[in-house]
Design a protein around this ligand. Structure first.
Ligand code: NI
Length: 178
């Protein structure tokens, strides 16, 4: 088990376009997936992308299968390892929702995201994943996959009157210090 340091906004490694994974079932990939899982769990994250721990690969993990204390009102998202993802919005409809990010500690902002989308990619074994999702699940996937393009959620905030400190916006929220 290895909980890795999470890079914070301002670190230029978060701005890179990540490289695709070419080899599966390698010890390096297994170690990366374990580190992402350990680090996300330790931080109560809803998701984590490889660039956030300084690894320049198209790998994200998200979900937990249970209620997340940082997002207590959010629907449960199944634990998912998603590699080399391709996202296809279904329809033009977007919806606004609050987001935070482990690389932007202590802040939350309202971000517009596509309401429904299809995502495809590969799992930890290199087997295909193909899902159609909506709402919070779709939001989490869009947020995490943005990390693979060097995009952090504050870059997508349109209304900065709804961007601020978690402890002020949501007093009483568990783990509001991150
Ligand atoms: Ni993030």
């Amino acid at each position: 088990m290895a909980v890795r340091e999470i890079l914070k906004m301002g670190d230029t490694r978060l701005l890179r376009v990540a490289q695709p994974v070419m080899a599966f079932d390698t010890p390096e990939l297994q170690t990366l997936l374990q580190d992402l899982d350990d680090t996300m769990l330790a931080a109560n994250g809803a998701g984590l992308a490889a660039p956030q721990i300084g690894v320049d690969l198209q790998v994200v993990v998200f979900g937990s299968g249970e209620v997340n204390p940082r997002y207590p009102d959010a629907p449960v998202v199944p634990y998912t390892v998603l590699i080399n993802p391709v996202l296809t919005p279904l329809g033009d409809e977007q919806e606004e929702g609050w987001e935070g990010c482990l690389s932007v500690p202590g802040l939350r902002g309202v971000v517009p995201r596509f309401k429904r989308l299809r995502y495809q990619g590969l799992d930890a074994k290199g087997e295909p994943i193909d899902r159609t999702v909506e709402g919070f699940h779709a939001r989490v996937v869009q947020h995490e996959c943005d990390h693979l393009k060097g995009v952090l959620y504050p870059m997508r905030v349109r209304d900065f009157s709804r961007f601020g400190y978690t402890e002020v916006l949501f007093p009483g929220l568990a783990d509001a210090d991150d």
